[in-house]
Design a binder for this molecule. Structure first.
Ligand code: ZN
Length: 297
């Protein structure tokens, strides 16, 4: 099971989160049949959203949305406080030639655009509050830099963000996925920030250590070096969607009796596919008839 940890370092002046998300990115690949470069892009966004979600507490649902002009068309990921995440891209087949150093060219399929963070709360207790929406222009489309830029500009939190996915066109399609987020709290001193920057600059690639079975705390050591840290929370994380057959039925019901009658007559059933997880729900004639019977009562 994928895991996420969070905690504090440097006498409480630095906050960190780290996660291994290889299973989550694999599940996203399995559901959406993403190309290697899209797997990397979506995996980074799913991971970043989980990490960001564990630091911004006031929400039921945290959505990160990238609107862009590259061939991937756009990416959306949504995390909840209980450690689930789901997400999709507009074009799962987008691909680009590798970078000069042979790396998947994520920026190449994203192009330029806008990075949105949407926090919604009150849902679970039936209270509707205006969602909080923050946005910044994309810096590079490489995702980690875009999360860091968002944190600095919109939340005034200077941060270091590392996100990495190793994906290929053959089995095993996803060999590593994970990320680290280091946030400087207002009390953090310049010296600590410089030390962390320096450690990260000289650290091995995140995916190289994840591939060798690194744990989330190994990723923190990689980013913090000699700085003491304390883990405050560890939780399991997974790709999960809240769609269900019952939700599909209530959506069809909400279309109204006339529409359901026509589905029954013309199509002999109804098919609904969830955009977030690509699950397909099939309602047969009996299911549709049941909707009509209960709506006429
Ligand atoms: Zn779904």
């Amino acid at each position: 099971m994928d895991k996420l940890i969070q905690g504090i370092a440097a006498a409480g002046t630095v906050r960190f989160m780290a996660a291994i998300t290889t299973e989550i990115t694999t599940e996203a690949f399995r559901r959406h049949q993403t190309s290697p470069t899209v797997s990397a892009a979506l995996g980074r966004v799913l991971t970043g959203t989980l990490l960001l979600g564990s630091s911004l507490k006031e929400f039921d649902r945290l959505t990160v949305k990238i609107e862009c002009d590259g061939t991937v068309g756009g990416i959306t990921a949504e995390a909840t406080l209980d450690g689930t995440v789901r997400g999709y891209v507009k074009n799962p087949e987008a691909e680009s030639t590798p970078n000069a150093d042979g790396k998947l060219n994520v920026g190449g399929i994203i192009g330029s655009g806008t990075f949105y963070v949407i926090r919604e709360s009150g849902y679970e207790i039936g209270l509707h509050r205006e969602p909080y929406v923050g946005s910044v222009p994309l810096v590079s489309g490489e995702i980690a830099e875009d999360f860091a830029y968002y944190l600095a500009k919109s939340e005034q939190i200077p941060s270091a963000v590392l996100l990495g996915v190793l994906a290929q066109n053959k089995e095993p399609y996803i060999t590593a996925s994970g990320g680290v987020m280091i946030q400087m709290l207002p009390s953090a001193n310049e010296h600590i920030a410089t030390m962390i920057e320096d450690t990260i600059r000289h650290a091995p690639h995140l995916t190289a250590v994840i591939k060798e079975n690194a744990s989330p705390s190994d990723l923190i050591k990689l980013a913090l070096g000699e700085i003491d840290f304390e883990i405050l929370e560890e939780k399991e994380i997974r790709f999960a969607c809240n769609c269900s057959f019952e939700r599909a039925v209530s959506l069809i019901t909400s279309l109204g009796a006339a529409e359901v009658k026509s589905m029954l007559k013309e199509d002999k059933g109804a098919v609904m596919t969830c955009g977030f997880c690509n699950e397909t729900y099939r309602l047969n004639k009996a299911n549709l008839q049941k909707i009509l019977d209960s709506s006429s009562n």
